[in-house]
Design a protein around this ligand. Structure first.
Ligand code: ZN
Length: 303
């Protein structure tokens, strides 16, 4: 067996674990429902253990929900910190050491980044962002978040970007829903994540028909976020993934709004004539995060 890399994408409902070296070479993939931290982490270790034991595993990359402590000098490096998702399994994962137990059990180099940074890295290496060294990946699901690749490198900073918590105009008359982010109320995540859609309209996302006004409002908030990011970071492409983005026509509505909100100010052919190749769905489907983990693992031993 050749040398392989491990990828983990941790989320509020599931952990996706994979072994391989890219989208066309995944030897094994396992989905583990997110439960109590101890039990879930043990199952993750169990998945990787055989590959560790026969020395076929070179490194692991983890794309995790957060916020995460990514400071290598911190005593809680690799921990999941405060979560804004108090209603999902994530509520049990506050101040939890995710990296430590896996590092102690699996004797290979392991690195960790946020789920959206991981997805951005995956899409850059193999997906819709391949060939673009300045890109943004946004996820819209239980949370809303974004990761940026700038000049070919993932952007970190003080902690890590939390694009989903940016503030956007909120017309309280048109949308009296107060938002549900426990930290900010009506930030983008508070207004536009899947639980916000469901609470505002009193129905699950999959019960809302395509012509429901929910989708125009959802596209409106996400388009404001996308437009702000275009002005802030000048990405060459923006990739929107996550469960909510699988909705028919949502990406088309966002493309139309973004064109309008940019107001003809960004003089690029990609914006003016090719908005449908500028604001796009992921090339790797739902596998961007776990493949990003594999890409991070490869970078870790190649750097
Ligand atoms: Zn917020």
């Amino acid at each position: 067996m050749g040398i392989k890399f491990g990828g983990i994408e941790s989320g509020g409902t599931k952990f996706v674990c994979a072994i391989g070296s890219g989208p066309d070479d995944l030897t094994e993939v396992k989905i583990i429902p997110t439960g109590k931290p101890d039990e879930t982490i043990s199952e993750v270790i169990e998945f990787f253990d055989p590959f560790n034991s026969n020395d076929s595993l070179e490194a692991i990359g983890i794309s995790s929900f957060g916020p995460l402590d990514l400071d290598h000098d911190s005593a809680t490096h690799g921990y999941i910190k405060a979560t804004p998702h108090r209603e999902t399994a994530k509520k049990d994962w506050v101040e939890i050491d995710l990296l430590g137990p896996i590092k102690r059990a699996i004797n290979v180099p392991i690195t960790l980044d946020t789920d959206v940074n991981g997805a951005a890295i995956g899409e850059h290496r193999w997906g819709a962002g391949n060939g673009y060294d300045n890109l943004i990946y946004i996820t819209v699901g239980t949370g809303v978040g974004g990761g940026a690749i700038v000049n070919g490198r993932i952007a970190h900073g003080l902690i890590h970007p939390e694009m989903g918590h940016m503030r956007v105009p909120h017309d309280w008359k048109a949308d009296p829903f107060p938002g549900r982010c426990p930290f900010h109320g009506d930030c983008v995540q508070g207004l536009a994540n899947a639980p916000a859609i469901e609470e505002r309209w009193g129905a699950r996302c999959d019960e809302l028909p395509d012509d429901h006004p929910a989708w125009d409002l959802e596209a409106y908030y996400l388009s404001l976020m996308v437009s702000n990011l275009v002005f802030s970071l000048s990405p060459e492409i923006l990739i929107l993934g996550g469960g909510v983005m699988q909705r028919n026509q949502l990406i088309t509505k966002i493309q139309a709004n973004v064109s309008k909100f940019l107001g003809g100010y960004v003089q690029s052919d990609r914006v003016i004539n090719n908005i449908d190749s500028f604001v796009v769905l992921p090339g790797l489907g739902s596998m961007s995060g776990v493949l990003g983990g594999i890409a991070m693992a490869q970078d870790l031993v190649r750097d």
